[in-house]
Design a protein around this ligand. Structure first.
Ligand code: SF4
Ligand code: SF4
Length: 376
């Protein structure tokens, strides 16, 4: 059995000096020979959409700045890139998230992972397209955000790999793998195809998100910065510190098992051994995955229609059209009044629209059955 190490640092703010110290200490501890040999680094933050850093949707630019400085000091060529979700313009994302500013101040290349080509690979009976940028860098640094997730319960280093899939191909995969379990299996296939090339992983949990993440939840100060070369160990530690149990997050057990990692053997700093889990608001993302995951696939689909929460477009809608373009099954259409409307019969409850709406105008409503059983 492996005994992976997860580094954790308590950081109360995005102080560049403190982050540089943490980044240097964490990376040096992983002793991966690629860090010396390879010349080009891909830093892969979470750039989900065009949100400013204080919304806690995307990786904070000062975290990325600390990593950029580490690798520039080491004489590396540095690329920073992601493929944002849905139809959002990558230039708008770079501008709003602070990464354009970073690229003006440092000799780095911002890369749009949606437009650089891809390699198509097979794993576990699934075919996945992964951005060419990923394969062109000998060092890959995965820099996730610490958040809840409406489909996967938790998003950390593992889910952040999904940004390696170019552009709207992501939406098509949501159509093909619509529920929590099948989508989790797809992500596990992606993880298996990429994990040996991912050199190190960070999670920016200084300002994270609870509630209806990954974009419409509540920004929440957790004051934690995590790092590990093991995605499985890192996400297990980070998710349980947020308050999740192993069973709440559908991919955790399979990847810990695949890595041969026993949770009790994961090494963390002594000062965090008795750290209480946060009293984070997890109900809206956690409970939905609980009951359905034990049902067989054919039953799950029918039950999901009755039981699952569904997206509802609210009065804050600004008619930007992002949801209409992002829905993988074209379940959102323009109405005569100029507003979009969700066709519930077509909707596969993937929550992409909820995730992508830049104005947080799409709410998650629990189903009638849910309200009857649980009362909210
Ligand atoms: S619901 Fe959100 S994404 Fe859809 S049109 Fe309205 S503001 Fe845009
Ligand atoms: S309406 Fe929203 S939740 Fe339903 S399928 Fe489209 S993107 Fe997914």
């Amino acid at each position: 059995m492996k005994k992976p190490r997860v580094q954790i640092r308590k950081l109360n703010s995005y102080d560049l000096d403190e982050l540089q110290d943490a980044v240097g200490t964490f990376i040096k501890s992983c002793r991966n020979p690629k860090l010396q040999k390879s010349k080009r680094v891909l830093i892969k933050p979470n750039m989900l959409g065009a949100y400013p850093p204080e919304k806690a949707v995307t990786t904070h630019p000062v975290v990325v700045e600390a990593i950029v400085r580490y690798f520039l000091d080491a004489g590396k060529e540095v690329w920073v890139g992601d493929s944002p979700g849905g139809s959002v313009s990558v230039e708008d994302v770079w501008e709003a998230t602070g990464f354009s500013d970073l690229a003006k101040r440092y000799p780095i290349k911002l890369q749009n992972l949606s437009t650089m080509g891809f390699r198509e690979l097979k794993m576990d009976g699934k075919t996945l397209r992964i951005s060419e940028a990923f394969w062109r860098c000998g060092i890959v640094i995965n820099v996730a955000k610490y958040k809840t997730h409406s489909l996967m319960a938790f998003t950390g280093a593992f889910k952040n790999l999904y940004g390696l899939v170019p552009g709207l191909i992501k939406s098509d995969y949501h159509r093909q793998y619509p529920d929590t379990h099948s989508f989790s299996d797809l992500l596990i296939a992606l993880w298996k195809l990429t994990k040996n090339r991912v050199t190190y992983n960070f999670i920016d949990g200084i300002l994270g998100m609870d509630g209806a993440g990954p974009s419409a939840g509540n920004p929440r100060h957790f004051g934690l910065f995590f790092g590990s070369s093991s995605i499985a160990a890192l996400d297990y530690v980070a998710a349980t510190m947020m308050g999740f149990k192993l069973k709440d997050v559908p991919y955790l057990s399979p990847i810990l098992h695949a890595e041969g990692v026993l949770p009790s053997r994961i090494s963390i700093p002594n000062s965090f051994r008795d750290h209480p889990s946060f009293d984070a608001e997890l109900g809206v993302v956690k409970l939905r995955t609980d009951l359905v995951k034990y049902l067989p696939q054919p039953v799950r689909r029918g039950f999901k229609k009755l039981y699952y929460a569904r997206p509802v477009i609210g009065t804050d809608c600004k008619r930007c059209g992002v949801c209409v373009k992002s829905c993988p099954v074209k379940a959102i259409n323009w109405q005569d009044d100029g507003f979009p409307l969700i066709d519930n019969a077509k909707c596969i409850k993937c929550m992409c629209c909820h995730e992508m709406c830049p104005y947080h105008a799409i709410d998650i409503k629990n189903s009638f059955l849910w309200r009857m059983v649980f009362g909210s």
